[in-house]
Design a protein. Sequence first.
Length: 157
Amino acid sequence: MGLARGHEAEVDDRVSGHLARRQRGDKHPVEDFLFTYYRLRPAALRRWNPGVGRGVAVQDAPAEEVQERAGRRWHRVDDGVVVLDLEAYLADRAGTVRFVRDLVSATTSRPAQLGCFGLHEWAMVYRLPEGAQRHEDHPLRLGAAGTDAVVESHRIR
């Protein structure tokens, strides 16, 4: 199976629960987080792109797939093979590429802060008034007062 088909199959497997819940009108506060908080669409995650690596391309695909992929933004066909048009991509997104490069560089140059123990999630509900919690249908295990006490007993950074 090629890279594109492997990627699509993996995404399909990982988003199937979310799609089934969405169809039924059910919600899961953890498993649906990417799709509710960040507003990612399963179809966008499923869309594989050749990337910028040399030798990574769509080849031996049916002509209609080559045409469809070649019509995508920042793609082109070289000798019947679909590749990322890096020059066009950088013309549009160079600022974002620089920002991400600088952010990753700054992050990797500093020591990790691993002492939060997931308390950022707790802090999101700290001292919230009744009815303001994002997932009211999933009550806090410790209740509002218990959750507030945990947050107050730790050093939050």
